[in-house]
Design a protein around this ligand. Structure first.
Ligand SMILES: Nc1nc2c(ncn2[C@@H]2O[C@H](COP(=O)(O)OP(=O)(O)OP(=O)(O)O)[C@@H](O)[C@H]2O)c(=O)[nH]1
Ligand SMILES: [Mg+2]
Length: 574
């Protein structure tokens, strides 16, 4: 006989036997549950004054009998019933409610997170007989709520049974039927479940999604103002698209304090997991940095891949890295990000490791991975150290030739590469995606007065730039220290440009680059009204241009030339 699940302490032997006997019962496919089983469930539940529940599979077999307390049941671990992504798990839960209450929030959260076929609560009469049954299931598609196949089926059954159908008009992802009498449980149950699944299957893409093959829901759990959260989400969306991810939906939840385990409440996470199911999403991307245990908890609960903004940025960098140096730096950042996320489950055993040179007896696979990652990190660090050394030597040679250096910096997608191209008639990659440039390029530029300079374009900045990335990109960023003049390119066509200026200038001062003379350049002036450009330029003391239009660059070139001249006069050795 299978074991009961839950709180059986203090029950009499006879009561336990009656509960265990439920495992012998079986329900025909068209019934949610037979009236006889419902009756026995209620009688015993009323007697022991504890909620009692059944999990029933699609063959109508009872796979689990659960005993709770007077307010709730706890559904046991169902990982062995886990099915393919995008499907329900093949079990429905029918349990008693002792206080005549409808489906609770916890019931719906279980329905969503466990991807149950259905959730039902049976209330009791004074005599402990079944009174009414509250039934809910998830809606397979939130967009087509009016035409859900399952509702049509249920309508048909309704006509037969005189049920009334209510639709959830409140935007909730569940469909909850009005309470049903216990003699009307012959409701085409299996047909309904199959219809839900068929419609869920339609949410899955026939084509391969995005370049990266991922379809994502973007999530932000924000303690910030609504506007800031929305701005940040817009940027996350641009990042995702730049990373080749198809964005299905964005969800922002405002909270006074993030939940330490799941960032958001479990109920909300349940709805999110459902949305992922309904939309056929393959991953969740969080705007907030998640710590290793949050990533694990959220993945465990939702059973879908979870990444955060930092990892997304790292992935984009990895896609873009072309040179050996770029690849080394990205790999270092990725491994540094990965290391704390590889957790040893068995810390007691791992203490046995060590000794001289060898693997200890209790070394787990994960521990081994950690060591490999650490080794790899130190090898990468050494390789990058070499790159930095070589760069310094090259720089020393270059400075003997006395060419001043102008570096173009700025927020990602501001138009830095476009400016380099137009100024020097070159052809470095410039495109409408974030972090198009990763590896620096340098060109020579001759000013009208015959002064020659080297002009360099480099990786763009972004707000909250991942720390590991800044550290790993030391070789690239150190190059900026050599600049005699910085051109800070700002995209004034971007509604968030003021924040972007602030982020860039903060990073410059973090990198100790704020002592280098800098010109602020307002790019993409063609996207903004002329008067606005003029006002902004006065306010920010900057030079307006359209980097893609050479005829707009004369004032900038003049100003660059003057700056370089005065720098050369002050520092004649450069
Ligand atoms: N309308 C308009 N678009 C521009 C202008 N300058 C650049 N762009 C566009 O802006 C996008 C980004 O330009 P890039 O030069 O790649 O920008 P970047 O700063 O090098 O970006 P990353 O390398 O990704 O950091 C491209 O689609 C350009 O065509 C401009 O003056 N006006
Ligand atoms: Mg670029």
């Amino acid at each position: 006989m299978k074991k009961l699940s839950g709180n059986t302490s203090g029950l009499k032997a006879g009561q336990i036997r009656r509960l265990e006997n439920l495992y012998r019962r079986r329900t025909p496919p068209e019934y949610l549950i037979t009236p006889e089983i419902a009756r026995e469930l209620c009688l015993i539940s009323g007697e022991i004054r504890r909620q009692t529940g059944l999990l029933i599979d699609r063959q109508g077999r009872i796979t689990c009998v659960i005993v709770g307390d007077n307010r709730r049941i706890v559904i046991p671990d169902l990982s062995e019933y886990r099915t393919a992504p995008g499907r329900l798990n093949g079990l429905r839960c029918i349990h008693t409610h002792l206080k005549n209450e409808p489906l609770s929030r916890d019931d719906l959260t279980d329905l969503a997170l466990l991807k149950l076929d259905m959730m039902a609560a049976v209330t009791l009469t004074k005599d402990g007989e079944p009174h009414e049954i509250h039934i809910g299931h998830i809606l397979p598609s939130p967009d087509k709520r009016d035409k859900c196949v399952n509702e049509i089926i249920f309508c048909r059954k309704n006509a037969k049974n005189n049920f009334q159908l209510t639709k959830s008009h409140d935007g909730s992802p569940y469909n909850i039927f009005p309470p049903v009498k216990p003699n009307l449980l012959d409701m085409g149950c299996i047909e309904l479940i199959q219809a839900i699944e068929a419609e869920l299957a339609q949410a899955k893409p026939a084509h391969k999604a995005g370049e990266a093959g991922e379809r994502a829901i973007l999530v932000s759990v924000s303690t910030d103002s609504k506007d800031n959260a929305a701005d940040s989400m817009d940027e996350l969306k641009e990042l995702a698209i730049s990373g080749g991810i198809e964005v299905l939906e964005t969800v922002i939840q405002q909270r006074s304090r993030p939940d330490s385990r799941f960032l958001m409440g479990q109920g909300k996470l349940g709805e999110l997991s459902l949305l992922a199911l309904q939309k056929g999403a393959s991953m969740l991307v969080f705007d907030q940095e998640l710590n290793p245990s949050q990533i694990r908890s959220i993945t465990d609960l939702t059973e879908i891949k979870v990444i955060d903004r930092t990892q997304l940025i790292l992935d984009i960098f990895a896609q873009r890295a072309r040179t050996r140096e770029g690849k080394l730096q990205v790999e270092l950042a990725q491994f540094k990000y990965l290391l704390p996320r590889l957790v040893t489950k068995n810390t007691a055993m791992s203490r046995l490791t060590g000794g001289i040179g060898g693997r200890g007896p209790g070394e787990t696979k994960l521990e081994l991975n950690r060591r490999l990652v650490r080794d790899r990190i130190s090898r990468l660090e050494k390789a990058i150290e070499m790159v930095i050394l070589q760069r310094r030597q090259q720089r020393a040679k270059r400075s003997k030739k006395s060419l001043p250096v102008i570096s173009i910096i700025g927020y990602t997608n501001a138009g830095k590469s476009t400016l380099l191209n137009t100024l020097t008639k070159s052809n470095v990659l410039a495109e409408k995606r974030l972090f198009a440039t990763l590896d620096p390029s340098s060109r020579r530029l001759k000013f009208p007065k015959e002064i020659e300079v080297i002009i360099t374009d480099t990786v763009g900045f972004i707000k909250n730039i991942p720390k590991d990335l800044l550290v790993a990109f030391r070789a690239t960023l150190e190059e900026l220290k050599n600049a005699d003049l910085l051109l800070h390119v700002i995209d004034i066509g971007n509604p968030r440009f003021e924040d972007q200026v602030e982020s860039v200038e903060r990073i410059l001062s973090d990198l100790n680059l704020n002592k280098i003379p800098m010109l602020r350049i307002f790019n993409k002036q063609d996207l903004v009204k002329k008067e606005t450009v003029e006002n902004l330029c006065r306010l920010y003391d900057s030079i307006p241009i359209s980097a893609n239009n050479e005829s707009t660059l004369a004032p900038l070139i003049k100003k660059m030339e003057l700056s370089i001249e005065s720098i050369c006069i002050r520092h004649p050795e450069t």
